[in-house]
Design a protein. Sequence first.
Length: 378
Amino acid sequence: MISASEAELGELRARLQATRWPTPWPVEGWEAGTEERTLRRLVEYWATAYDWRTHEAAINGLPSHVADIDGTPVHYLRFDGERPDALPIVLTNGWPSSFLELIALAERLATPSSHGGAAADAFTVIIPSLPGFAFSPQRESLKDGLQTHELWHRLMHSELGFERYAAHGGDLGAGITSRLAEAHPEHVVGIHLMAVANPVTYDVAGLTAAEKRYLESLDEWAAHEGGYQHEQSTRPLTLSYGLADSPTGLLAWILEKYRAWSDCHGDVSTRFSDDFLLTQASLYWFTRTISTSFRPYYEYAGGMTRRVERVTVPTALALFPADLTHPPRSWAERTYNITRYTRMPRGGHFAAHEEPDLLAHDIIEFFRDHRSDHAPPR
């Protein structure tokens, strides 16, 4: 699936070792962005000791497949459930992630008996790579072609033959999962989310106190943490040139998010190993997809992506304390048919990697009542 040449590896290491570091600022830690001390340590490890070949072999050993969906290649992983009638589920990650973030969750869902659960709760897990992320190419046109949720439905229903299936997503994946359920409620038995779409319209005068506080928190978050989103939504190409040219810049851009959005209490190493972070960065680097990973932001801001209006299928919302937003149940119910609402005790934006046991348990519990709603594949 991936095989970086020795020349590509040598070029990466040379670029890392030739990093032109900026003039230091008189600030402490991560106050003004990625901390130089942590970044220098990771860059040094990436350039001298990080073993890409080991991780490359592990990636190539995953159950990868490529489907042709109306001329669009879609890479996906398939983890068959430990029972033949396992409920199919499609998992979708967000940014700046990849399919790798979802591996531990997939293993717990596909073979729950190996992780303290029951085989009766098994899922057949499908993890597609988002268009423009690693192994799935981005659509050639901004406006033409199937939107991602339609690619997912064609993959699950037409390609893999699942008449009824479940779906889960966070961040970008939550939006894709929501649009999937809205467009195909006759095929989606339910969805499990870690974030929700805001209502298309609402009466400000009718908001509860909790909803008002939530909207204020969104404004505060956008003011202090939303710079990346504004840039990726408005001028992504300007940013792309630097990140596609500098592996140090690329690592700095995504590392800051892994720290800020995870439940790491300021120390990113408590949630992510150096090898995990550098493998994510290496995937972006060797596949040259950091630029194309920005496309969903630009397309949504430009009205090229369908807005979610009303999701009628049963919906579960799991909120992790260090994640970006924490909408009250009443707010989520304005758009979704919320039948399960869970506030998790720990974890953050990357919960599938940070807390796979907690997340798997919540998904299993939610879908237990919907397992009879699907038919075996054709």
